[in-house]
Structure formats: structure tokens, C-alpha cells
Ligand binder design. Structure first.
Ligand SMILES: [Zn+2]
Ligand SMILES: [Zn+2]
Length: 253
């Protein structure tokens, strides 16, 4: 399987996972025109997509889902809670999954993972291919749980939220209410928490570690990489930083 991002951060997210003729887009936080452009940058068109998976209803993840699904008649998969969000509009083919049960899309097996975040029923995903390669996607969560550490153990590829540095957030330009939300247990994962996850899971198989959903105002690359590699035997220069503008290039597992 291979995976890449078409953009990552609070202004829009989208992750592509492909194996053979199965191609999944996780989240679409961009306008229709923008998502078509971003897919083209990765060598794809919307017609290549087998399905769109939605993690939760925040606009940086869901904005383009309805328009893209309607125009190209792409099936949309989401949790029951996410499906209740009005802004999704009419979806030609909506599949509501049980967020505690794995399911298949083409050749890929998707395991939804419910996470602590301030949305209706936010899920993140662990994805297996037929070669038993395991990809973990984990963003938009305010805290770690023992269950999360268990499910994301021994991934071959891991896209991990590294949203903010706590000090930068506290001293930064966000209004006080937003600071409390981002730092809170239903907000976003900070650099130290991301490092904590890495230190609590088995990373022996890990081929690609990608820092994702990085705040443009409350984090920077050097601080994030420093934190991530703290106590973790991973070459600093091999950590991939996903960007808002381009995401990151295809990685083959
Ligand atoms: Zn988000
Ligand atoms: Zn969110």
C-alpha cells in the first residue's frame, strides 16, 4: 500500500491510501476545485477514488466531502455521529459504519478508533492491506488512552498529530477560549503527547513517521522534531513533516 497527504493542518486535511485499484481519501477539508487540483498533484483524479472516509465533522475535514461525493458519485463512510452533521448534505451513497468494528473497502481493511475530541463521534483509522502492512492515521485528539496506544502498536506507517508546543500555544496569538480548547483533553495532541505515544508503542516495523496537523502559529518544525525524537531511536532527518500547502509525497509500504 502507499499513502500521501494532499494537505494537513487546521485549514484543510486529506489523506490518500492506495493498494491496487482501491484508493481511499480520508477527509476532504478543501473546496471542490482545490481538491481536484491537489489530487492532480499526486497523479490522481476524483474518478480514481473508491471511497471517502470522514473522521469527524470539523470543517477542515468535511468541507469538500459533500460536493466531491455528489459530483463524482463517490461513496462516503463515516460514524453514526458524524452522519448526523447537517452540513454533509445529501450524499448519494452513505455508509454508516460501527465505530467499534473493522470493515473492508476493496482490498483494504479499516479499523475505526474512537478518539477524545470535541466532535459528535470522531474516529481515526488503522488500515491493513492484504500484505499485512499496517498504516495508522491519528489526528484531532486531545489526549491518549491505553486503548489508543494498543491499537496503534507496531505500525509500518504512522501519521501522527503533532499539533502544538504547549509553551508556544500559551504565549501565542490565539484568543484565550481557543487556547483552552486546543490544549484541553478534547482538543489537539501536543508535541510531548505525540512523543509519549511513540515511546509507548512498538516502533520496530516503522518505515515512515509523519508529523501531521501541525499548527502554523503554535509550533515549528525544529521544536516538533526535537520533541518527537526525545527518547525515541529515530533519525531526526527521517521524520516527515506534513504541510498545509502540499501535505507530503507518496510513501510506499
Ligand atoms: Zn482538524
Ligand atoms: Zn477536529
Amino acid at each position: 500500500m502507499r499513502f500521501c497527504s494532499i494537505g494537513s493542518g487546521s485549514k484543510g486535511n486529506g489523506t490518500l491510501i492506495q493498494h491496487g485499484d482501491t484508493c481511499i481519501l480520508v477527509d476532504t477539508g478543501f473546496t471542490l476545485k482545490d481538491v481536484e487540483f491537489r489530487l492532480a498533484q499526486k497523479g490522481l483524479t476524483p474518478l480514481d477514488l473508491t471511497a471517502i472516509l470522514v473522521t469527524h465533522e470539523h470543517s477542515d475535514h468535511i468541507k469538500g466531502v459533500g460536493p466531491l461525493a455528489r459530483k463524482f458519485r463517490i461513496p462516503v463512510y463515516c460514524s453514526h455521529g458524524t452522519s448526523l452533521y447537517d452540513g454533509l448534505g445529501n450524499i448519494p451513497s452513505l455508509v454508516v459504519f460501527d465505530s467499534h468494528e473493522p470493515f473492508d473497502i476493496g482490498q483494504l481493511t479499516i479499523t475505526p478508533v474512537v478518539v477524545p475530541h470535541d466532535a459528535r463521534e470522531p474516529t481515526q483509522f488503522v488500515i491493513h492491506d492484504p500484505d499485512q502492512k499496517k498504516l495508522g492515521i491519528l489526528t484531532d485528539l486531545g489526549s491518549l488512552t491505553p486503548y489508543i496506544c494498543e491499537v496503534y502498536d507496531a505500525c509500518h506507517g504512522l501519521m501522527l498529530e503533532t499539533n502544538h508546543d504547549v509553551q508556544m500555544l500559551r504565549l501565542g496569538p490565539y484568543p484565550p477560549k481557543l487556547k483552552v480548547r486546543v490544549e484541553g483533553p478534547l482538543g489537539h495532541l501536543n508535541n510531548r503527547q505525540a512523543a509519549q505515544l511513540l515511546n509507548s508503542i512498538n516502533c520496530d516495523n516503522l518505515q515512515f513517521l509523519v508529523a501531521t496537523h501541525i499548527s502554523e502559529k503554535n509550533n515549528n518544525e525544529a521544536i516538533a522534531i526535537d520533541a518527537l525524537s526525545n527518547g525515541f531511536s529515530w533519525q531526526k532527518d527521517s521524520i516527515i513533516m506534513a504541510t498545509q500547502e502540499n501535505g507530503f509525497p507518496w510513501c510506499e509500504l
